[in-house]
Design a protein around this ligand. Structure first.
Ligand code: NAD
Ligand code: TYD
Length: 363
């Protein structure tokens, strides 16, 4: 393993954007458990995907603060950086769902591109005012989707794979990645970029494949598989993503980029069948049993990327990180979480959600 950077980031005053969303809230729990002496400030606009309940057990703790606000609001960010003396930003806030980006790309450009730019510019001025320390860190949490789509036999994405985003979501994330890169090269801002594969686990909004299939099985609704179901994703349990971000924040050199993946390539129909088996086994009162009867092939997503796969050799050899949770274990834990958290997901099936659902699956 190469030299780990011995950073003075041992004490973080952390601003977590998007900390009320899926990965952000898992990360905030992870961080508060592991580093109780660090200060954690969450900035989240609470869009449809943000849920303050995800963080309710932390409310009232001395080291934790929640602020509702937009990453495009420059004066709010300036104020938070100054008054909390922030030295680390973990930037998760984004519009994150491909199907929504097809229906309405404008919000993706606004939050993902303009929002990231606003944060970078505010953090640059804060970092310059406080002495340009390398121990400062802007971690930009991005996706493997910026690399585009692979054929079945293509080698997995590495950190040098050229960008070729295909959806408005991935294009907006690619734009934000380029800004992050430019702020390191131009201003020397200590940035780190991670490009991660598909996450799954607790607190994921039921528009993404895995929670949607779990919840639809529980309410007896069709399990819509796009196209021929042969699209491949590399699945990473969200806790493993959090531990990767931990090593990156503590040990990566400024300006570095790391790919993060689960080494778990599965095609969609196999994944949905695995979920159905778990449901049949773990849920006692399924409306339709066995639940694979609900699987329905539906029209394909426009521009649907065929395959993503991550080569995570760099983070393994340089920082010693590897995923720990297999798809088999992670899916079981996830299904159990949705089974025992009906009170979390039932309120999310709102009128807005039903309208979104009809637009994607019925029209
Ligand atoms: P999510 O949609 O669950 O959460 C996004 C959060 O950002 C929400 O809490 C939302 O309220 C907040 N937000 C949105 N717009 C905002 C704004 N303008 N200002 C402040 N807050 C705002 O997303 P996620 O799945 O947790 O993804 C988090 C990050 O990780 C994203 O940047 C995403 O691109 C990246 N990522 C996600 C995956 C995945 O599989 N989910 C994989 C790789 C990378
Ligand atoms: P998703 O969870 O939306 O993540 P992403 O598109 O960012 O990879 O989708 C994962 C895969 O599952 C993707 O190939 C699209 C497919 N999919 C379906 O077949 N049906 C669905 O209802 C959804 C939401 C996704």
């Amino acid at each position: 393993m190469a030299d780990l950077l011995d950073t003075s980031r041992s004490s973080c005053r952390l601003l977590v954007t998007g900390g009320a969303g899926f990965i952000g809230s898992n990360f905030v729990h992870y961080w508060c458990d592991r580093y109780p002496d660090d200060r954690v400030v969450v900035l989240d606009a609470l869009t449809y995907a943000g849920n303050r309940r995800n963080l309710e057990d932390l409310e009232g703790q001395d080291n934790f603060r929640f602020v509702q606000g937009d990453i495009c609001d420059r004066s709010l960010i300036d104020q938070l950086l100054r008054e909390e003396n922030i030295n680390t930003i973990a930037h998760f806030a984004a519009e994150s769902h491909v199907d929504r980006s097809i229906l309405g790309p404008a919000a993706f450009v606004q939050t993902n591109v303009v929002g990231t730019f606003t944060l970078l510019e505010a953090f640059r001025q804060h970092w310059e005012a406080t002495g340009r320390l390398d121990s400062y860190c802007f971690l930009h949490v991005s996706t493997d989707e910026v690399y585009g789509s692979l054929g079945l036999t293509d080698p997995a994405f590495t950190e040098t794979t050229p960008y070729a985003p295909n959806s408005p979501y991935s294009a907006s994330k690619a734009g934000s990645d380029h800004l992050v890169r430019a702020y390191y090269h131009t201003y020397g801002l200590p940035t780190i970029l991670t490009n991660c594969s598909n996450n799954y686990g607790p607190y994921q909004f039921p528009e993404k494949l895995i929670p949607l299939m779990c919840i639809n099985s529980l309410i007896g609704k069709q399990l819509p598989v796009y196209g021929d179901g042969q699209n491949i994703r590399d699945w990473l349990y969200v806790g493993d993503h959090c531990s990767a971000l931990d090593v990156v924040i503590h040990h990566a050199k400024p300006g570095e980029t790391y790919n993060v993946g689960g080494n778990n390539e599965v095609n969609n129909i196999d994944l949905v069948n695995m979920l159905c088996q778990l449901m049949d086994e773990l849920a006692s009162d399924l409306p339709v049993h066995p639940c694979h009867q609900l699987i329905t092939f539906v029209k394909d997503r426009p521009g649907h990327d065929r395959r993503y796969a991550i080569n995570a050799t760099k983070i393994k050899t340089q920082l010693g990180w590897m995923p720990k949770v297999t798809v088999k274990e992670g899916l079981r834990q996830t299904v159990e979480w949705y089974l025992t958290h009906r009170d979390w997901w039932e309120p999310l099936l709102s009128k807005e959600y039903q309208a979104y659902y009809r637009q994607v699956y019925v029209s």
